[in-house]
Design a protein around this ligand. Sequence first.
Ligand code: SF4
Length: 357
Amino acid sequence: MMNKIGEINFKEIKRISPSQFYSMKNCAYKSLLAEAFDKKPLLPLSPNAYFGTVLHKMLELIVKGILKGEDDFNAEFDRQVKALEEDLKQKGFGFFVPLKVKLKNFGLKKIQLKKHLRSESEKTTSLGNIKFHSEKWFESQDKLICGKVDLVIENENEIEILDFKTGAIIQDCLDDEGEIYSDVKNEYKEQLKIYAQLYFENTSKFPTALSLVDLAKQKFPVEFSEQECKSLFDEAKSLLKATNDCIHTKLFSANPKQENCKYCLYRPACSFFHKELETDFSFNDVFGEVTNVKKFQNGNVSVFLQNGNKNLIIKNFSSEKFDKLGNHKNKQIRIYNVRKEATEFVYSAADTTIIYE
Ligand code: SF4
């Protein structure tokens, strides 16, 4: 059996979190698909994304003071990695295991994470009037916006909201003169500003500082104004409403472009993306009618697709795919997560390649 997308049952999105806002702004249809599929991705995540969940969980335990020393840290880290590896094997992604070997920077990230354990001197400072609230849940009065803040530090008149990121916080941007400069990613800035407004709605106080912290413990301040936070908050609510309205009007729209679709895990269900695939060959996904399937002496299988006047070859499928692909001769299929070869229109299958009819 080949993977297949049946009828899509769109569902209203009840609430939006600050971290979803940017993604919804870039392509609201993706949020609708995620909701329709109960947030179960239709394609595998990258191993880094899975590992990111472990890193974030570890940070949470450190910030909460549950992990105090290096021994606690090591035992919990091993336990979390083992649990993730078991889960990956169960999902059929055993090829990502062992993460230690398969992931670049596994060791470095572990070392960086360990640096977040509070030193004795830091523990002493925290005994004053400073209050730490980790993983604090906030929701707006109308319950349309909600989310968990990684850490709030309250110290008399100072209130700081911190968000931990396990990936890059900075990106290269171009100024008006075309010069490259580095800045905090816009999505993270907006996320923090919405948290600021959420905090205000719940406490009637505005934070005095917003910061992002990376794995290497570097802190990046985010400038903000109260007006800006309020506008983003309202924008998020309007966007949520407009997105849900599409379900009733059935007038869906999407924003299929490389930066949005590349990491979208709902590509197999997106008709807008499918249309794009018919003419755009820049993606790591291909579409076409199966014209031939060949098995070679080494057992490897290649499939030949016709897309318009282009002939595509996808190599390196394992031999058990031969019959499955052969049964789809003269039918259209989409193959996701292929690797582009040096020759144009030639691709090869990878561990994460998935075929949908
Ligand atoms: S594949 Fe692209 S256009 Fe389709 S939902 Fe995902 S991001 Fe949007």
